[in-house]
Design a protein. Structure first.
Length: 170
């Protein structure tokens, strides 16, 4: 996105310090994201995430390195673990998934990859439906399988754990 609004550094760090102070579980990780590379440059982005790590963040996230040089420099210049957000056709030059570990990234997220494919498939199905064509009725997931994919068995166990014996018989 090109219309980034960057808050002042001290306000950014105050948010990180507040999150760190409120943390109640050591498994809860604070990711210090900065979009400042787009508006203020790479050096400022590195400065901000390093300051955030010093203020209590656990993971640095420099959004959208613009060149291969910036991409390679993130983990070299950040004083802690780094997260990479893989966005297809985004601002960052293409990178192989297995290459991210070689660059030093500790975490990679890829929500864009799945969301993009889901959206394109949904649009194709909707276009077919608009022409009166249904997807295959003999292939794909059953309704029960779709519900299982989103945890229906686990939710049934939780729900049934609180049912009174008399209600269960009804």
């Amino acid at each position: 996105m090109d219309d980034k609004e960057i808050i002042p550094l001290e306000a950014y760090l105050a948010k990180i310090r507040a999150a760190a102070a409120a943390r109640q579980d050591t498994d809860f990780k604070i990711i210090a994201r900065t979009d400042s590379n787009a508006m203020m440059g790479f050096d400022e982005a590195i400065h901000r995430v390093n300051a955030a790590l010093a203020a209590g963040a656990d993971i640095a996230f420099v959004e959208a390195p613009k060149t291969e040089e910036e991409l390679a420099a993130v983990c070299q210049r950040v004083n802690g673990p780094c997260l990479f957000n893989l966005v297809l056709r985004g601002k960052t030059p293409p990178v192989a998934v297995d290459g991210l570990k070689d660059l030093g990234f500790a975490v990679a997220i890829m929500p864009d990859v799945i969301w993009r494919e889901m959206l394109m498939r949904a649009e194709a199905v909707l276009a077919d439906l608009g022409q009166g064509k249904l997807p295959s009725q003999t292939e794909g997931l059953l309704v029960s399988e779709m519900f299982e994919r989103v945890g229906s068995k686990e939710w049934d166990q939780i729900r049934n754990a609180f049912v009174e014996p008399a209600q269960a018989a009804e």
